[in-house]
Design a protein. Sequence first.
Length: 687
Amino acid sequence: MNTLFLRRQGKLYLKAGNGSASRQQVATLQREIELYGYVFSDALFAQLQTHTPESLSWFLRNLREDLQTMTGGHRQYGPLFPGFPEQVMVADEVELYLSAIEHYRTLKRQPASPRQHPPLLHGRAPKEVDLGTLEEFEAIFTRLAGGRASLSKQDRDDLVWFIRHYRDDIFRLLPTSFSFRENLALSSSALLTHLPGDKTLDFLFRHHKTATDVLRLVVALSGGDISLAEPTRFRPMKRGLRRTVLQLLENCADPTEDMRRQREAWKRLGEILHPGDYAERFPKTYAAFRHIRDDLPSTSFNTLVERQLAAADFAGATATLSQRPGEMGRRLDLLLRHSDQPETVLTRFAEIAPAISTLVLLQMHAHFHHRQQPVALRTFFPKGDMANAFAIPDRRRGISPDLAARTVALIELVLQERFSRLTPLGRCYLDPALSGFMAPLAQRSASKALRTLVRGSRLPFEHERYIRLFLWWKNGKERTDIDLSAVFYDEQFNYRDTVSYYNLRGYGGHHSGDIVDAPEGAAEFIDLDLDRLSQRSIRFVVVTLNSYTEQPYCELPECFAGWMARIDVASGEVFEPRTVENRIDLAADTRMCIPFIIDVSERQIIWTDIGLTGQVGWNNVHNNLSGISLMLRAMHKLPRPDLHTLFRLHAQARGQIVDSPTAADTVFSLQQGITPFHTDLIRAEYF
């Protein structure tokens, strides 16, 4: 329980004890966790004093394991060159060359160094571990299940954890409604798997309203992609479950029209369900399956729209699309730039905008805001569980700035009217830095991280001069070589140099040496001198991870990377958990990853968490420079909804904006109040 609570909210649930531990004993615990960059809040410190020394020992053991895993401190780190960074910084080219040759010849690690490191100098304020309540912990599940946006794999695993451990008690925590239907499918499949029974069946029949709801449920039970972007191999079902699925379909108002949207998936599912066996019991469902199986002709909604657009009948397309407000919202740009009556299109959109979901309106707001200042590239994140991105030149016909501005203003009015019906927020403080953080609209492909961020977010870091990148991995079924690299670009996105296994130093960067085999785990590091990089006109550092031996990350038992902020690279151990700013687990079905980009001039981390396709046989950073350059330009200015805009609209609709957090009833900032890391709360209560 506390593992999940600590990871998600930085809190622990701890009842008062019957002991009386001294301040010195609790302080000893605090010193232990300070090694990982954390300290106890006053409330948690006081609660710990009510426990016995024996229970404190048990508490510390569990907490230390959690903090080690979160920061990456649970693994041993030994760079190829044991004196890193000095050995790489002072060794001449001959020594490095001969060391590398010996290493590649033997595939062995260098011996451990007897050198003692001086004490760590970091100067960073520790993170606080606070005392939480049971109600706060249980609210995590309700917000996950009832959230209005997709969940990451970690989110989905946590949701299932609650259902598996709470058993029948979970029904009191389930939300009363599910705005985002993927989360309904996740909850329902977990209930069927871990709590089959009348309560679960009652839940299913109350909430599954459409054929697509039912399809998502079966996909979830089969371990498939509930976004329905990828085909699913359906698992066989027992007769009782087949009857339940068919009954859910029979209860839908008109399953045929809905099923036509996923025709191929329903054909494959029909082979599992055998609806003909229950033709008399579920006649409407049987007829729908016959319609899909026999490919009976029909004109779908999307087919009609495409015909109208192809015929340049934009007035007809506007009228048709207005029947489905969300679809019109997604195609509004096309209608405005091609129609000879854009004012009529905008007027019709104003009439149906209140029926469009908040998520779609937020995406439209960001889209039309940036249409006033067009970007060079259009970036797409395909729907599904894969963390891929594509960028293409923006060749769309322009829209007048006035029309785009009026569209933005219209969307803001609709959102503010909607938000005004929520609980008042009082006086609100908005941290300007929130404009660099993207709203968590779609996290289904997000990787597990120490601090979860949304792609395109800009995380400011402390003013340390040095950044130490780190990578740790362990072999899969065979020898595995993962390479950590840093690619340097100037202000105009011109490539300047790379620090990698084939170039250990340059432009103020130093690589710890290439390890090509990790049977017991291995680590690589890169130190970056930000001041020196800036002096040499380096603006961006793109961090890349390449599976040189071509195994996808999902086949490795463990692989993660991140960065540490250091004042002095020669102090402390090579890996110091307390200096870890963030770490990301690599588990996607890809062989190349760009986890983040460093903006040297702005002293910001641009969170990317995207995978690229490497070159077969020579998957290193040199052979992928074109894709890396494209992703840098695409992610530098990403037209996505940001949290400052979202919170501003709420504050204007539900309260009054003030200039100081001390004068505010509600604080939106990076360090206090509602922060970008409260994704559960944002998805559930601000979308």
